[in-house]
Write a protein that binds this ligand. Sequence first.
Ligand code: ADE
Ligand code: ZN
Length: 356
Amino acid sequence: MMTTLPELARRMPKAELHLHLEGTLEPELMFALAARNGIALAWDSVEAVRQAYAFDDLQSFLDIYYAGASVLLTEQDFYDMTWAYLLRARAGNVLHAEMFFDPQTHTARGVAFATVVEGIGRAQDDAEAAWGMSSALIMCFLRHLSEDDAFATLELAMPHRRRIIGVGLDSSERGHPPEKFARVFARCRELGLRLVAHAGEEGPPAYIWSALDVLRVERIDHGVRCLEDAALVRHLAAQRIPLTVCPLSNIKLRVFPGMASHNLRRMLDADLAVTLNSDDPAYFGGYIEDNFAAAFEELPLDASHAYQLACNSFDAAFLPAEVKARFRAEVAVFFAGHMWPDRDHLICRTPEGIAS
Ligand code: ADE
Ligand code: ZN
């Protein structure tokens, strides 16, 4: 059966590695939770909220995103938000999701860390029991706050260590370089947590270097500005450091003027270990499969790129090698099941070399 390339990319098995749970809060659920908790929102209706989603840059988005998160109070609220995302992820054929959450956004409002993490965790458990969904949780530190605040948050997380696979760094990038968090990331590394950081979204390539060299992160979230630094590109490609790129986010936050000018194809051509993700799907107009469809509609990408991106997503995941291999086999079966003109030429770069 023939299918279009955007449709193939939309439907193929994939992992999602850059997804903020608070960014999955759809306006309908935001209003339902506001009513349930007796919280007043700055907008009168779901339509008014959607109209407010016209952003100039990262900060203009973050202001609204933190306001939206104020409706989350109880464990059930965090459960409902996470469950809704996991159902959407399943619809996009996401076999494995590594999800960010921002505990400081909630603890600063008096919500207990346990309320947040147990609500999210219960939804993860239920999704695993219901359809075998594989997922993991990454705790992000807010970079506009101090490193001391991050240390205090790490302390709060310790009783819930089994629920948290790693730590990340998000929020306002400009003026808050990764090295501000050198000590807390070193401590997280000692604790055996996996490390990632947003870098090179709006910030310069120097922030990607310091995320790698100072924080010693294993993946870079976004990283699209790396192409401005040829030595950095060579390093990222040689080390196969994954970059979790989010095209619709980049357009909405005006990192690129439109999809046609996104540098995804150039990143792939530079042999970078790119993955595609949704970032904050409720705010940016689409879930992961919509990101794939939009990129494949507007950029010069072919089936081998789709195959490569699906393989990359599992290679870059914080999963045991045998589980990655099982998921990659599902990708191969999916592609083999579609009559695709150049399917014999599909290649997939692996950490060990090139496989066909
Ligand atoms: N928090 C949620 N989405 C984010 C993004 N795209 N960049 C930085 N911090 C974020
Ligand atoms: Zn992000």
